[in-house]
Every structure is written in C-alpha cells, then in structure tokens.
Design a protein around this ligand. Structure first.
Ligand code: FES
Length: 172
C-alpha cells in the first residue's frame, strides 16, 4: 500500500548539525552521499530526541534524496523515534528467544510499574516503554535497551525495578 508524505516544510538545521552531516557525507563518494542517510537521521535524533517529518525533509533536501526514500528508512528501523519520547526510552525485546525467557513479562512489568501502555510515555515525560525486535543478545534474554545505547541483560522484575529507580535517582 502506498503512503504519501504530508506537506511539510524542512526544519532549519543549525550550522553545527550541518557540520556533523558533512563529516558523515565525506565518508562516501561524491555521487553517493545518500549513503549517509542513517547517520544523519541518528544525528537529528540525538540532538532533538526524535525525527519529525520536518527533519526528515531537511535530511532529504541535504542529501538530495526523495523525501519518501528518507521516510522509508525511518519507518523500517524502529530505532528512529517518529514521535517525541520520554527522557529514557526503554525498549524491551519480545522476539522469540526473549519471549520464551520472559520478555513479554518484563514489558508488562515495566508498563504496570510506570502506568503506561506499550509505546506510551509517562505523564512526567520521564519514561517511554516500547516492545522491540531482536537486539542481538539472545543469550542474555530477556534483554532491553535504554536510549538506544545501553543494553541490559537478564531483566527480572527486581532488576527492572532497580533500573527504573536508578534512572529516577539520576534525575534527582
Ligand atoms: S530475541 Fe531478544 S535479543 Fe534476540
């Protein structure tokens, strides 16, 4: 089924962001700068917390790509936040090895503890809880990822509670 990109204006990008884009583009031949699309989107997300439609368009214009080609990247990889998320994004793996080792239970535990539905964000904007695909650490199941960077292994209910309290404590 085809999807259309709603009409938006490209977000203005700070010079510092453009400089980071340029460093990524420089890694590829001149006629293949679109190869830097994932890196540029990751920079946008790192700086803004998410990738808005306006940012997608800005990346498309910068790289000389059709906006839909950028949209295809942000919708294929679930690491890209297509809407604002909490300060701490908690991705719980629910693929088969984690599923058999308690991944769905870990997701449910977190959602109950934080009072959100899967995919939801707490009212204070602190936590977003999401199911996710295999994180490549099946031997440590069930696993989860904090803010796309920090892997947490063997996440029992107790360890989840400790993690949440630790992250809350880091804010105090
Ligand atoms: S299935 Fe969870 S890390 Fe692979």
């Amino acid at each position: 089924m085809s999807q259309t990109v709603a009409p938006v204006k490209a977000a203005p990008l700070p010079q510092a962001t453009l400089a980071r884009f340029a460093r990524e583009v420089a890694k590829y031949p001149d006629d293949q700068k679109q190869s830097a699309v994932m890196a540029c989107l990751a920079i946008v997300q790192q700086e803004s917390g998410w990738v808005s439609p306006e940012s997608e368009l800005a990346v498309a214009e910068y790289l000389g790509m059709p906006p839909m080609a950028v949209r295809e990247v942000t919708t294929f990889y679930n690491m890209y936040n297509r809407q604002p998320v909490g300060k701490f994004k908690l991705n719980v793996c629910t693929n088969a090895p984690c599923m058999f080792a308690g991944g769905p239970r870990a997701l449910e535990h977190l959602c109950e503890k934080l009072g959100v539905q899967p995919g939801g964000t707490t009212q204070d904007g602190m936590f977003t809880v999401q199911p996710c695909e295999c994180l490549g650490a099946c031997g440590d199941a069930p696993v989860m990822l904090v803010n796309d960077r920090h892997m947490c292994s063997f996440m029992s209910g107790d360890k989840l509670d400790q993690l949440v309290e630790g992250l809350r404590g880091a804010e105090d």
